[in-house]
Design a protein around this ligand. Sequence first.
Ligand code: ZN
Ligand code: ZN
Length: 337
Amino acid sequence: MAAVFLVMLYEYSPLFYIAVVFTCFIVTTGLVLGWFGLEVPVILRNSEEIEFNTRVSKKEMKQVKNPFGLAITNPASASVTNGIALTPDCIEESILTCYWGCDVQELYEALQKHVYVSRISTPQALEDAIYSKYVYREQHFVKKNNKEEKYCQLPSDAKIEDFGIVPRSQYPLVALLTLADEDSQGLYDIISMVTVIHIPDKKYKLSCRILYQYVLLAQGQFHDLKQLFMSANNNTPSLSNSSPGEQSTDRHLLEKAGLAESEVEQYEENSKDCVVCQNGKVNWVLLPCRHTCLCDGCVKYFQQCPMCRQFVHEYFSLCNQKEQDKETQKSEGTVTS
Ligand SMILES: [Zn+2]
Ligand SMILES: [Zn+2]
């Protein structure tokens, strides 16, 4: 009935038709402008004018030096009965203490104690904090800048073949790295590193891996180390001007604020190419996906990660502009102090 009425109106009044079209146009324009907050929508904007998206915030980072490094030598051959080979890589003389069957609950309480009660800077401090709730302990001395393999194994008389079915109350192995010399403790922000390692056994055959790696700071925070996903271009050899000592010095970035989800990384001096322009040096880490694939020039054009399409919430640079300038100057040999 209404339709018939409208058709009649249209036949008799073209003005009515024009008015309807005009009203529709005004309403649509209003909606579009309202949606984009009175800014011109992205699709209508000239690509040259794209600015930094204000929703993506740059994270303030602080660079700290981590004296510790620990890796599993051959994860495939590790088992609870046969033991595990670990390769520590430390820039100071350190002590590697391994706790087999460490209590999960007590370990996390120990990390909280590090924040609120007393710092965990020695093996004794950790043992006190976890009330010695572990099955077996072994200790190795780690020489400075020496990637010597350390073999950890439960003694045969311990008669432990597994740590029970999941969910478990014990971690198979917790490795603690602390500085051997108390004098050198003041030199670093990071005073110890706790590595939680899963080792397969009869009851739980998940392959051997590092589950968590926490760095503990002298100021009382602790941060979970997480890997960055660098765009792979390993053909480029590392810069020749860095000595072996410098290469083993892992450079770590830590979040300034003591947030739990800290993003820490190992930054190699390799000049890796940006995935977009294939030319610039990769310098920006996108969060939360941790893809490290953009150079200084390209980072501002992306609200989504070019590798996984995930929206970028935050980002931070591996190397700030001043440092980069310094490095360029160094490589050119024109440093004037
Ligand atoms: Zn680029
Ligand atoms: Zn990504």
